[in-house]
Design a protein around this ligand. Structure first.
Ligand SMILES: C[S@@+](CC[C@H](N)C(=O)[O-])C[C@H]1O[C@@H](n2cnc3c(N)ncnc32)[C@H](O)[C@@H]1O
Length: 193
């Protein structure tokens, strides 16, 4: 099990996702979060939102899952939901998109509904470590062309640029109380409507 899977499992546990009836997964990719909650007996509807058709097509078909292959800003849930979750999509969003996401999260939730997001995010020492790792990757991938190293490079570049302060301040504009929890190399952001 990789670290990303470990963190997705933590997200499902912390958000109590298996006890919720209606859930939205923003930037759902190939449906990794649904894979971890498909055993739920409570889940009635999961909206997966991702603008990549390839990603949506890779996600598992299940009659509780409704896919929206469009930008997060165009998403309108057919009913307000208990929970909004998202894993590792924040780093790909611009400041404006993060603000749109905060707004969409609030407008999708029922009163007392909750959101839980996870993203890779580094503190000073983690930056130093990742910086050295990136440097080695760049050198190695320029010496020996390796698609795997280049994939890691792009992935880490986005993580490196991710600014969790923008996310926290955008969500604070829309939610009164938000909670921030740090894990090594990662951050959980959650709150209640
Ligand atoms: C890094 S992947 C994360 C996928 C998955 N949640 C996971 O845990 O691996 C980010 C996803 O966000 C989607 N995405 C990025 N910006 C988006 C936007 N504005 N609207 C909808 N989907 C978006 C991309 O298509 C991509 O599948």
């Amino acid at each position: 099990m990789g670290y990303a899977t470990f963190l997705r499992k933590r997200l499902i546990k912390l958000s109590d996702a298996k006890q919720k009836e209606t859930v939205v997964d923003f930037m759902s990719g190939q449906g990794d979060l649904f894979d971890l909650m498909k055993g739920s007996t409570k889940l009635r509807r999961l909206n997966q939102v991702d603008f990549s058709k390839q990603m949506i097509n890779r996600s598992e078909k299940d009659n509780r899952v409704e896919n929206f292959c469009d930008d997060i800003t165009s998403f309108e849930p057919s009913e307000k939901v208990d929970l909004v979750i998202s894993s590792f999509g924040l780093k790909t969003l611009s400041e404006q998109e993060i603000n749109d996401l905060a707004y969409k999260t609030k407008s999708s939730l029922k009163d007392n509904g909750e959101f839980y997001f996870i993203e890779f995010s580094f503190n000073f020492f983690e930056y130093l470590f990742v910086g050295c790792y990136l440097f080695i990757l760049i050198v190695l991938s320029s010496l020996f062309y390796s698609p795997n190293a280049i994939y890691h490079f792009y992935f880490l570049r986005y993580s490196f640029l991710f600014n969790d302060k923008t996310v926290i301040s955008s969500f604070k504009e829309h939610f009164e109380n938000i909670e921030v929890k740090r894990y090594p190399g990662a951050i959980f952001i959650s709150g209640k409507k």
